[in-house]
Ligand binder design. Structure first.
Ligand code: HEM
Length: 406
């Protein structure tokens, strides 16, 4: 496989649909791509093929220890795919019985979240974050807003106080900065999880930390801390992208602009449209073939990596009437939460956090509008997502009696 399209060209491009179409024409629903120089994988573009790969655990494993590149130690020390494609001890990277054991506390813990209480907490923290910049009349809705909300919301779910939430936010910034020592940053975030667990062991409460700290399926402190980290990281990256993509859509698309003043479509429609067209997790790494097999007409070899092209699969012409990519309002049959045993366990709380964040921003920033032409919004530098890197906006300044920001 030489001269392949780099995976990042499906995210860092103005029209991913054109790239998907080109790949489909050349290869069909499963296409070889370059993950980074010298390292290739398969991009699964077909909707049906995504369902096959995510549901057949006995053929396609989530544990990167099954990847031939990992086994042969071929990833460069500064590899940008290493963090997503190396084994870690949590549900995301495990299979079978072990995955079920680690996943059950996640499902149980997320299922116990009190939706009304979470909505109140998220509204309060969004209002506090906005109060910090509302007087300026301008802001970057990614850096100043979307980047902060999911982690603070999760800190609240974990029963952490405001300074702990801020420390968590700083820890995640370091973890994703590429500049410092990622492992040291990871250890610092795990340290915050450890502090929260120690506090709940001394004084149990009703929060998610207490639930996980006392769950019989989690057999060691390391498993508890890693599960907490997985939940926070999952919420953070995906939540930031979903909030900023939805705000971008609502600020740039006249169908939604009209709706803000009582028009036809609502925030939920914008949230759904983003899930279809620009899913927060565009490409998921991944699955690793446990045996030689065939998928979408391609011969997959044992040890090959498969990237779940969720954005591509949502646009698969075979699932859209007439072969186009038109989306009916209310249709949620996309694969943006993935499928099978690893599919996202947090659909309800994620939607609640993101919807609250979008509604609060639109409500609290009068006359909010994008400060640059829509085509100048650039995507973050990532092969996994194409969320906006920044969203500069202007609005009528609002004086506030003081910030209640945590
Ligand atoms: C409160 C916010 C969120 C939390 C706590 C969360 C948590 C998680 C966790 C724990 C997993 C691993 C599940 C497993 O491997 O069994 C996961 C996977 C995933 N999540 Fe979420 N998530 C959140 C938001 C989102 C959002 C907004 C999206 C995008 C719409 C999303 C999409 C996914 C996808 C695509 C996977 C991968 C599944 C796979 O490997 O097939 N998540 N999430």
């Amino acid at each position: 496989m030489t001269g392949l399209i780099p995976l990042v060209s499906t995210t860092m491009c103005p029209e991913p649909q054109h790239v998907f179409q080109k790949l489909r024409e050349e290869y069909g629903p499963v296409a070889p791509v370059e993950l980074e120089p010298g390292i290739n994988g398969w991009l699964v573009l077909g909707y049906q093929e995504i369902l096959t790969v995510t549901r057949q655990e006995e053929t396609f494993a989530a544990d990167p220890a099954n990847w031939s590149v990992y086994q042969d130690d071929r990833l460069a020390p500064d590899s940008q795919v290493r963090a997503m494609m190396s084994p870690y001890d949590n549900a995301f990277f495990t299979d079978g019985e072990r995955h079920r054991r680690l996943r059950a506390p996640i499902d149980g813990g997320l299922g116990r979240i009190d939706q009304r209480q979470l909505r109140r907490a998220v509204t309060a923290l969004c209002t506090g974050v906005i109060a910090d910049f509302a007087g300026r009349g301008e802001a970057d809705l990614v850096a100043d807003y979307a980047a902060v909300i999911p982690v603070l919301a999760m800190a609240d779910v974990f029963g952490m106080d405001a300074p702990q939430g801020r420390a968590l936010y700083r820890g995640l910034l370091e973890l994703y900065s590429w500049e410092g020592d990622a492992e040291a940053a990871r250890q610092r975030v795990l340290g915050l999880a450890a502090e929260a667990v120690a506090a709940r062991r001394a004084a149990p409460s009703e929060d998610l930390t207490s639930y996980l700290a006392h769950h019989p399926n989690l057999h060691s402190d390391a498993e508890i801390y890693d599960t907490i980290l997985l939940l926070i990281v999952g919420a953070n990256e995906n939540g930031i992208n979903w909030i900023s993509q939805t705000l971008r859509l609502m600020l740039t698309d006249s169908r939604f602009g009209g709706r803000l003043r009582g028009g036809r479509l609502g925030v939920d429609d914008a949230l759904d449209e983003v899930l279809w067209r620009d899913p927060p997790f565009s490409n998921v790494a991944g699955r690793y073939a446990l045996k030689d097999t065939e998928l979408g007409g391609q011969a997959i070899r044992r040890g090959d990596a498969l990237i779940l092209g969720l954005a591509a699969a949502n646009a698969d012409p075979r699932i859209h009437a007439g072969g186009g990519a038109a989306i009916e309002v209310g249709n949620r049959a996309h694969v943006s939460w993935s499928a099978g045993p690893h599919s996202c366990p947090a659909r309800l709380p994620a939607r609640l956090i993101v919807r609250t964040a979008v509604e609060t921003a639109l409500h609290r920033l009068p006359g909010v509008r994008l400060a640059i032409p829509p085509e100048e919004v650039v995507s973050v530098d990532s092969a996994w997502t194409r969320g906006p890197a920044s969203l500069p906006v202007r609005f009528t300044p609002v004086s506030s009696p003081g910030s209640d920001q945590p």
